[in-house]
Design a protein around this ligand. Structure first.
Ligand code: ZN
Length: 268
């Protein structure tokens, strides 16, 4: 589990370990600082050994989305990060030094996540990447006219190459986009998963979830009173989402998303 976020019973590694008889290895600098820093070659080498070990059957990566985020570039917000565009997804040619350092780091983390995913899939496992929906993708039902300048992680060369390599090997590739509110998030948070490997088809049913909310308690765009980005608060998975993702990866049989949610009811 790469970029696993801070620890907690509701987080995916903890849910995987408590619901299923598995050892979940989380990586996040917010958990272990530099020894979890995937921008560091030594840390990557250890992670590579782990994701290619025969006992490792699944890998999850949620690379930092902030530098790709539309939410942080929205008009009227306190801080506006530019730096990417759909045809310059790895960064615009003219940037400030601060922007460049930030984008180079995030590009690197995206490439690390994709390289580890590819190694894991080639070793026979299922890799899942998670990031916000690409609302600028015209052929998607989630396309929004005001988001056509959105430079999403999903159109980076790293992700494209990962998908192309899987398809060339006839490995199952499934894209799933769904609203996190259906798992109890106060944000709508349209989320996309790219699943590659033998368990990937299980993720397809997430596409059937629809937002039926009249309103949402919070919006991921903008900044909250304490100065933190709302998009950062929205990044944490609701407990039900962590539980379902863990079941998709580690349960012998699992219900489609809507049926699973109906069976779970509104409990924690
Ligand atoms: Zn909703």
């Amino acid at each position: 589990m790469l970029f696993a976020g801070t620890p907690g019973w509701d987080a995916l590694p903890e849910q995987a370990a408590s619901r299923h008889d598995v050892t979940a290895i989380p990586y996040d600098t917010e958990r272990e600082g530099r020894s979890h820093d995937l921008a560091c070659d030594v840390v990557c080498a250890t992670a590579f050994q782990q994701v290619t070990a025969p006992a490792c059957t699944a890998m999850w990566a949620a690379p930092p989305c902030a530098s790709y985020s539309r939410a942080r570039g929205a008009n009227g917000t306190a801080r506006r990060l530019r730096g990417r565009a759909p045809d310059e997804v790895e960064g615009l040619p003219v940037l400030t030094a601060t922007e460049r350092v930030y984008l180079i780091l995030h590009n690197r983390l995206t490439r690390v996540a994709c390289a580890l995913a590819r190694a894991h899939v080639e070793a026979g496992g299922t890799a899942v990447l998670e990031n916000p929906v690409d609302a600028g993708f015209r052929r998607s039902p989630h396309f929004r006219w005001d988001a056509q300048e959105h430079a999403s992680i999903w159109i980076t060369p790293a992700v494209r190459n990962l998908v192309a390599a899987a398809l060339a090997n006839a490995t199952p590739v499934v894209w799933a986009t769904f609203p996190m509110c259906q798992f109890g998030s106060p944000f709508q948070k349209l989320t996309t998963l790219l699943a590659i490997g033998p368990l990937a088809p299980r993720f397809f049913s997430l596409n059937e979830l629809r937002c039926t909310c009249a309103t949402h308690e919070r919006r991921a765009i903008g900044w909250s009173a304490d100065g933190s980005a709302n998009s950062a608060a929205a990044a944490r998975y609701p407990p039900a989402a962590s539980a379902y993702f863990a079941d998709l990866l580690f349960q012998h049989e699992v219900l489609p998303a809507a049926a699973w949610l109906a069976e779970r009811g509104s409990g924690p």
